[in-house]
Design a protein around this ligand. Structure first.
Ligand SMILES: Nc1nc2c(ncn2[C@@H]2O[C@H](COP(=O)(O)OP(=O)(O)O)[C@@H](O)[C@H]2O)c(=O)[nH]1
Ligand SMILES: [Mg+2]
Length: 324
């Protein structure tokens, strides 16, 4: 467990560096944080992709904090920010979706091309296999010839079965057949890979809706999870992606891929605050084990260098704002 948590913190290293530099810089302007320092911090947060509105909100929290007690050192600033960010990340629309009464658990994965869908599916499959569960991957991204091949490689690596293979076939039919096979074989988990781009956005939305519909037709309640994969480097465009896919198919969670190596890991904060969609997993590399559970407390602490792991972020102290 420890290792998983620290890798999430490692993935945040560049973002953390940028934010901490900004905070130190802001504090160097005077004996305590003032309006020009707050403006510096706001700019730093925007640079880490926290978003304009959410950065302004976080700076407001610092402003009220500094009225209670002058903020004259970095730890006062980081603990207030970490606390607020954790609350934003926890305060999303729902808990982890309940597992269905019986197998299979059906997970549909969506997102634009190149964000890391297929890779994340491979990693997710490995986690289920490691838990002793059987997994089918459905190759419903039939638009690109290479997509099925790539998913087949991940199926082999993770120890999952693969359904699909006719390039250019009907994606919804592949999804249906895969669910059919999962039910017939008593498989525990079905993960459906989907296309990220078609001739038009309208086509894509309709296709994803159709996949969703046929899954529900074959098995009541399916898909139980609809995960959007977001590339941590995407910038503010990730928010419009989340909005679009949420309206199209209704998301239950986000997979934040490619957190390793980005200085813009703040993007999940406006997604949580503005769209209320929870982050479920974080991708921290290209290998099969590079997928971590998302923990708001560890993320907030890792982003600001507060605490060292689970429970490491100090809880709201005496001077900080109370209430949830
Ligand atoms: N560094 C890094 N690369 C990743 C991660 N996830 C995916 N990738 C890479 O991103 C590229 C696109 O991934 P792919 O799964 O094909 O994206 P898809 O088009 O959404 O299915 C590949 O080169 C992956 O190796 C991650 O968490 N970290
Ligand atoms: Mg793919």
């Amino acid at each position: 467990m420890r290792k998983r948590f620290s890798r999430l913190a490692d993935g945040l290293a560049k973002t953390r560096q940028a934010i901490l530099d900004g905070i130190r810089n802001a504090l160097s302007r005077g004996p305590a944080l003032d309006e020009s320092g707050l403006a510096d911090i706001e700019e730093t947060l925007i640079g880490a992709d926290v978003g304009v509105d959410t950065s302004a909100h976080l700076v407001d929290v610092l402003r009220s904090g500094s009225r209670e007690r002058p903020l004259d050192d970095a730890s006062g600033v980081t603990s207030l920010l970490a606390d607020e960010i954790r609350q934003i990340l926890e305060n999303t629309r729902g808990d982890t979706p309940a597992e269905p009464p019986g197998p299979p658990l059906v997970v549909m994965v969506v997102g634009v091309n190149g964000v890391g869908k297929t890779t994340s599916i491979g990693k997710l499959a490995r986690r289920y296999v490691d838990e002793g569960r059987t997994v089918i991957l459905a190759a419903a991204d039939t638009f690109r010839a290479a997509a099925v091949e790539q998913l087949a490689i991940w199926a082999e690596r993770s120890g999952a079965q693969l359904v699909g293979g006719i390039d250019g076939g009907d994606p919804a039919a592949v999804a249906y057949d895969a669910l059919d096979a999962a039910v017939a074989r008593g498989v525990d988990v079905l993960i459906v890979d989907t296309a990220g781009r078609l001739h038009t956005q309208k086509n894509l939305v309709e296709e994803l809706r159709k996949i969703r519909r046929v899954l529900g037709k074959r098995l009541e309640g399916a898909p139980h999870e609809v995960l959007l994969v977001v590339d941590a480097n995407t910038g503010q465009n990730a928010i419009s992606q989340a909005k679009l896919f949420d309206e199209a198919v209704g998301l239950t969670g986000i997979v934040l891929a490619k957190l390793d190596g980005t200085a813009r890991g703040g993007i999940v904060i406006p997604i949580a605050r503005e769209l209320s969609i929870p982050v479920r997993y974080v991708g921290t590399g290209e290998s099969i084990d590079d997928l971590e559970d998302f923990d708001p407390r560890v993320f907030a602490g890792g982003l600001l260098g507060v605490g060292g792991g689970p429970g490491g972020v100090r809880d709201r102290g005496s001077g900080a704002q109370g209430g949830a």
